[in-house]
Design a protein around this ligand. Sequence first.
Ligand code: NOJ
Length: 566
Amino acid sequence: MLTRLLLGLLAALLVSPTIGSKDIDWWENAALYQIYPRSFQDTDGDGVGDLNGITQRLAYLKEIGITATWLSPIFKSPMSDFGYDISNFKEIDQIFGTMDDFDAMMVQAKKLNLKIILDFVPNHSSDECEWFHKSVQRLDGYDDFYVWHDGRVNAETGEREPPSNWVSVFGGSQWTWHETRQQYFLHQFQVKQPDLNFSNPMVREHMLDVLGFWLDRGVDGFRIDAVPHIYELRNADGSYPNEPLSGWNSDPNSYDYLDHIYTKDQPETVQLMYEWRDYLIKYQAEHGGETRVLLAEAYSSVETLSDYFGSGERQGTQMPMNFQLMYLNGYSTAKDVVGAIDYWMQTMWTNHQTANWVVGNHDTQRVADRMGAHKVDLLNVIVNALPGASVTYYGEEIGMSNVKTECTEISCDDRDGERTPMQWSPATNADFSTAEKTWLPVGSDFQRYNVKTERGVARSSLQVFKGLQQLKSSAAFMAFKQTNGFSYTAVTEQVLQIVRTNNHNEEYRILVNMGNKMEIIDALVDRVFEYILVTAYSVHTPGETIDLKGRIILMPYEAIVLRWLA
Ligand code: NOJ
């Protein structure tokens, strides 16, 4: 009743004509898709995906309504962290192909009007990077390129110890002794990923040069890796302060042992976002074209993300990635979903009228494992029905699951399970590769969950996903920014309702039953709606109508999209 009243009031207050796409910049409601290049499509038969494979599959992204894709790293790398350890920031790793292949991919992307966003990994390089070799040798200009320190001498034992108690994200000390240079170097991640020293203007210059290099090759923006970790606090005397204990993890080798007040989200990092954005703005002013974007990977508080976004003159990353929905689990109710949405909206929407929703990535279990296979479509519906940009990890649109993997010579990473080959068809290796052995195994469920099969099945995950993407360009969905024409509520503990309207002549109601019981909802609004999209568990068919003055019944795990047209 209260919801009805509020909605009525909102509609009365905000009656305005349909607002067109020109008022929204492309990234603001983009349908983004993350490709993990090693696992998308192999064309040279070595069992590892490559750039030609991506080029070949861009038409698929277009088919399912994607507007931009971000690629995990494709640069020269010893692959200790599968490309997040870069040894040359301006070269393509041969496993992915050549610079010509890259250029060909860009040509095809432009032809299809798809934006390409590259992964930019500024916090660290590989220890096999030429810069690190030069720094080890203290060559002119490279002496301070990385974070070096003599360490501390323990007053009691007389032994040399690391400069501070800092623990790396992957566990163990962040400091490793380098025999040749006879100093410790800092690495917030693996030993093979030494941290670059951003207090050194030369490092910042080199990184701007990297951005310029790829912008000149036509990319539309960057996903910035590990943003919070870029700067660390250094005392005026050159020492590094110990971090306090977190109090909730007692293993001194675990990252969570400490409260990262000196190694995360430092004020200089916020400034750096503004510098990089300025660089992109200037680039666009000089070279034309559409807005170049920055996506920031930052597992930080929403207040900090708001700083990274910036305001007024100080513009930063347009998309500090919103991971709130990734924290949901199999027990999460519609009320929990609303809580997760609220956490973002209360700061980011209120302050900046911006939103993005990430459903997964290569560091996190897939939705089918995190929340349950029957909830994959529900999550896909939610992230695409909310206002703003959606970010889909490859394979989530067909309901792929984590795969049980075993350590091999190529890989032994606890994240392997969510990085397995894309499932294209029921043929051998799911049509990912002609190799005898793919770098990670293909999921054993590929004959059921694959693109080709799902294309032909009504209400498959793929069809639901596609249907949602089509709505993103409707008048009601496009009007979100100018009219605040949306709302989201838990109408019961388990049923989420998202309303999208242009406050004029078009309205969608998206209802999602997160629970395993049938739900009956009375009197949502006094109007007749049409079913336009239903998920697998629905007993309805698109084209049917329903008067929401009466009651509506939702099956367990059912999601539906209803439309009202004036
Ligand atoms: C975040 C990336 O997503 C992850 O895969 C990587 O291991 C770390 N950053 C280090 O670059």
